[in-house]
Ligand binder design. Sequence first.
Ligand code: PLP
Length: 491
Amino acid sequence: MARSSGPQAVATVFRDGGSAPPPDLPEGVAVTFDLNRLLEERSGDRVRLHEEHMNARLAQVLRTIGFDRDWVSGRGCYLYDAQGREYLDFLSGFGVYALGRSHPVLKKALQDALAADLANLVQMDCGLLPGLLAEAIVARCHPGIRRAFFCNSGTEAVEAAIKFSRRATGRDRIVYCDHAFHGLSTGSLALNGGKEFRSGFGPLLPGCEAVPLGDIDALERQLAAGDVAAFVFEPIQGKGVYEAGTEYWTAAEAACRRHGTLVVADEVQTGLGRTGRLFCHEHWGLRPDVVTVSKALSGGYVPVGAVLTTDAVWKRVFRSMDAALVHSSTFGSNALAMVAGLATLQVIDDEDLVDRARRTGDLFTKALRPLVDRYEMLVDVRGKGLMIGLEFGRPESRSLRLRWDALERVRTAMFSQLVVVPLFDRHRILTQVAADGVNIVKLLPPLVAGEDEVDMFVAALEDVMEEAHKGMGLYMDVGWTMARGLLKRSR
Ligand SMILES: Cc1ncc(COP(=O)(O)O)c(C=O)c1O
């Protein structure tokens, strides 16, 4: 596919430099807010604003690795910078852009919702839109799932799942997996398998215990005391794209049932088609009591989270009229989020995106797996559908090992940066390192990606791996990018 560049992308954002004043304003009120003008006038301030008023450390990191671009627009699988350059987005806003960016159906649905001046957030009502979204999403899950609770993010969905599990079972302990990521608010953080996130924020929720993913004996030992409310897991782990097989999941679910522990599948990242099934737990034939969803349900526009439960769980939480509001969230069922969710589910069906993700995932696997034999430092390609992990490892041959060791002495898991930086800098493909301290790069393309995007990525990866195995050119290049970033920083 030809990679367009030019000023058209800039024009989509800075089109008119102004817009017509809104109708229905009280007479005599001056319109001083103009989004297009604001974006145009202040575009040069973006980094400085982050350095002065937001996360200056993140701004430093982005400069150092050369990721500090002036993004102006996004469409489908692509992002555009202020110079009109096109980038293939294999990060998808951490999985938010399942439908691709600026999907026309989502835009139209949200514009219609705004134009309708809906009676939003009445609170003391039974809104139609949340009911419709609940109906649509539970209908797509296994038959035991009957209820939906809406909130605003992934971590909020996990917090609600923890509360629901405790209240439904009358138990307080939660078991989770090593390497897990369930969000960063304090309840979810208590289930986080990475020390780097937890350190300094404790004490966290007591009674939470980690088990290695795939180790059924360790899980059984935790459940045996009969005091575990829930086993909370990602069906495929986001931090590292680690999987366990059907045998493990079948045994884990059976063990939970035997010990009265709820099965809680966190599908915030894996849900809604990402892995080639609508819910990833379907790959393992699971029937969880609770399922959390977020990211893709937003259509890339409006933050939303959902907790899907069985009737049995729901009845034990909202057990009487007094408990009708025992768990709620002010913005949880807001109209724009509900519209985004409804439109997203419809687009997933209409464009057959679940099957498309499976087919495109198969193309990736077919093209990437042979590279493991070709390149010593690429040791594994894994995942399902469009959630793909590329793992790099210490090579056998002496000259390559010396280079690898030198890099890892600079910083653990530095090799993965040697892949991510040139993919971005040379090939204009945005990817991410899957977790702190591991040489794993994760690919999360939009589900609308197809053969062209697979070809583009595979050619780029081959180029990067070829160079990494050949001489010092790539190492110098990445070193130079980082040095330039550091220099910019110290100015
Ligand atoms: C599996 C999983 N659960 C929960 C979360 C937290 O979601 P959020 O960042 O919306 O709070 C994430 C975020 O990446 C996730 O991958």
